[in-house]
Design a binder for this molecule. Structure first.
Ligand SMILES: [Zn+2]
Ligand SMILES: [Zn+2]
Length: 253
């Protein structure tokens, strides 16, 4: 099915992974739009709901947890402008080596409407090795070691927390897709098909679909114009043989 046909036949109900200027480091804004800008884009695209999910506090571009009340106020203002849209305050927590496996502690979970989690390059988690090994030829044995370590981190985070969505699994670092899929199945965690990253790709999705998991398509928009982008991801899922019924935010028009 062509991208145009997909857009005609299906709609995205919600986009629960978007970034804003609250993902920043020093004066550099990693997300380029304000909360109101993402809300405007979501309303224009006819989404039922939107989530603001900036990076967890340990990330290079991580949120400052002290700014959460300000984010809530920005959301309230955006809701006043777009009353038909629901807007959630979430977070894309980093999978790291802490007690609960995330950079958002169990005590801070309640400050968000929900928590997504993803693997990113963060110091102390074999950052340099993963970065280089994922991009350049790397000895097989060392690759396997990283794969084991990364998989263990992800499985631990999934089993220790109530995570809504595992974001872009398999992007940025090697993982054992079977073990991750099994952990998503056991914990009821949504597997994200990410519109911005290369993974999960078709062959990754062919593994995930063998398990009793549900999928979600998210834009991972870092600019408002990408909020609600989904058709290419749905095409990818179809190519992998995933029934759109298994994707929680896809609806026939
Ligand atoms: Zn991410
Ligand atoms: Zn993201």
């Amino acid at each position: 099915m062509s991208i145009e046909d997909i857009k005609k036949k299906y709609r995205l109900k919600f986009d629960h992974h978007t970034h804003t200027i609250y993902s920043k480091v020093g004066p550099y804004f990693h997300g380029k739009g304000r909360i109101i800008d993402n809300a405007r884009a979501a309303a224009k695209r006819g989404l039922d709901s939107l989530a603001i999910t900036d990076h967890g506090p340990s990330d290079f571009y991580g949120i400052d947890l002290r700014k959460l009340p300000q984010m809530r106020r920005d959301i309230a203002l955006a809701l006043a402008s777009f009353p038909k849209l629901k807007i959630y305050l979430g977070v894309e927590a980093d999978i790291v080596d802490t007690e609960n496996g995330l950079d958002v502690s169990p005590e801070d979970f309640g400050k968000f409407d929900f928590v997504n989690a993803g693997y990113h390059y963060v110091p102390k988690c074999h950052m340099i090795h993963n970065f280089l090994a994922f991009r350049f030829p790397w000895p097989k044995k060392l690759q396997e070691k990283l794969r084991r370590q990364n998989t263990a981190r992800i499985v631990k985070a999934l089993k220790s927390n109530d995570i809504k969505t595992l974001t872009h699994p398999g992007d940025k670092a090697f993982i054992d897709e079977h073990a991750v899929a099994k952990a998503c199945e056991e914990t009821g965690t949504l597997v994200e098909i990410n519109a911005r990253h290369k993974h999960p790709d078709v062959s990754d999705l062919q593994i995930y679909k063998q398990y009793d998991v549900k999928f979600v398509i998210n834009s991972d928009a870092h600019r408002p114009r990408y909020v609600g982008r989904f058709a290419e991801s749905l095409a990818l899922a179809m190519e992998a043989g995933i029934d759109p019924e298994r994707i929680v935010n896809i609806q026939k028009r």
